[in-house]
Ligand binder design. Structure first.
Ligand code: AMP
Length: 408
């Protein structure tokens, strides 16, 4: 079914075609009529399914034209600065044949430009909660004209501890409004927020929450702790890649991997929360433009980031949360392109891999790189105990070595 059967406005349809989209994705097919009809919605869809357009297109159709003298009518909350920037760009792209105005509001940059744009009058604000709160407190922004509230990537918003400020922001929006909720997973604590923020929502679920995109080939590569970096280099040398996202569990680890890759003559960008906003934007822009062939990132920084044409995702470290595995490898193979996702697994990681396999409901194929000089898998040196509250078993060996042998 083509986009034109979906009752979007002509101007938005032209924007969709200019963006190069031909047919709607499943979540677009199901969500667009609900949003056009004014209803509340909880959308759960894996990353890369086209959910941004699923809400942006019908919202823009309904807004139609810039409302002079009125406050913003649409507020979209995003967990990270990069996502806020990306979603605002999508709104602008789709709205290019209208006079609607969108602004991105996020921290880490000066207040001047954002404040000037907000004062000029905007229809759509795409914001991270913290910076928006600053503008609400100093009176730069009022939410009294908001008619559509979008909470995007809600699960990550809660992970980042934004719940109190998100609730505060919801409370400042008019009660009479449309609310759209998007979350890759909808665990009970998210249902509780939904119950407080939404009215009789329609649920739109695309695929199983936990499934790995069909277009991704994924595999684990068992390796001894001391050979991880060597194996990464060997994979990079062997694979025919254009752009590779490498995930590290920690910011410090990401810096170290990047340093070593640079020393091996790769062009590398780094994305994590300790870098300045300018460094983060430069890293992302450089990776998107092809200036950097590799980007090393942590989970939080890379969540939801859309880079067309990521050919490989390499999990240098096994993700700590099984959900992050789905998010990470969702960076490749987006919107039907085919991508490869590799995870380096030391014997100590066996428990985490088992958790991921249980979560996604499938075994991840195991591979060895031909021609790589595998040494005996020496165990990782002893680590200090984890702080309380973190999941046990990710550092202490759990007999994973045996498991690799038995599966081979
Ligand atoms: P999202 O899940 O919104 O981050 O979108 C994932 C990627 O799919 C982005 O690069 C979008 O530009 C692209 N995309 C979204 N909808 C479509 C569509 N109907 N046809 C082709 N590409 C799309």
């Amino acid at each position: 079914m083509p986009f034109k059967t979906l009752q979007l406005s002509d101007a938005v349809l032209r924007g969709v075609h200019a963006a190069g989209y031909k047919d709607p994705t499943p979540i677009q097919l199901r969500a667009i009529p609900v949003v056009l009809g004014g209803g509340d919605l909880i959308g759960s869809a894996q990353t890369g399914t086209g959910k941004t357009a699923a809400f942006a297109l019908p919202i823009l159709s309904r807004l139609a034209a810039h409302a002079h003298g009125r406050g913003a009518r649409v507020l979209v909350l995003e967990p990270t600065r990069e996502l806020a920037a990306q979603v605002e760009t999508a709104f602008r792209d789709f709205a290019r044949f209208t006079d609607l105005r969108a602004v991105a509001v996020f921290g880490g940059v000066g207040y001047g430009n954002q404040r000037a744009e907000l004062r000029r009058g905007v229809d759509i604000i795409v914001a991270t909660p913290g910076r928006l709160m600053d503008y609400l407190k100093d009176g730069t922004v009022s939410l009294r004209d908001i008619s559509v509230l979008v909470l995007d990537e809600v699960d990550r918003m809660l992970d980042l501890g934004f719940l109190p400020v998100v609730k505060d922001i919801i409370g400042r929006c008019p009660k009479q409004r449309q609310t759209l909720f998007f979350s890759a997973t909808v665990p009970p604590e998210i249902q509780a927020v939904a119950a407080f923020a939404l009215r009789q929502p329609t649920r739109v679920e695309v695929g199983a929450n936990r499934s790995v995109s069909q277009s991704v080939n994924h595999a684990v590569f068992p390796v001894g702790f001391g050979q991880k970096f060597e194996l990464l280099l060997a994979l990079l040398a062997k694979e025919n890649f254009d752009s590779v996202l490498v995930f590290s569990r920690t910011k410090h680890g990401a810096d170290k991997i990047a340093r070593r890759l640079k020393a091996a003559n790769h062009s590398v960008a780094v994305l994590h929360a300790n870098r300045s906003q300018n460094q983060r934007m430069e890293a992302l822009a450089g990776f998107k433009s092809g200036k950097y062939e590799i980007m090393v990132a942590t989970d939080i920084a890379a969540r939801g980031i859309d880079v067309a044409g990521v050919t490989h995702v390499i999990n240098y470290d096994v993700p700590e949360n099984p959900e992050d595995y789905v998010h990470r490898i969702g960076r490749t193979g987006r919107a039907q392109a085919v991508g490869d996702a590799f995870t380096l697994v030391t014997p100590e990681d066996a428990g985490d891999v088992r958790d991921i396999e249980r979560f996604i409901g499938q075994k991840i194929p195991e591979m060895r790189l031909e021609g790589f000089d595998y040494q005996a898998m020496a165990p990782r040196p002893p680590q200090p105990p984890r702080p309380q509250g973190q999941r046990p078993g990710t550092i202490q060996p759990r007999g994973g070595f045996r498991r690799f042998r038995s599966r081979r």
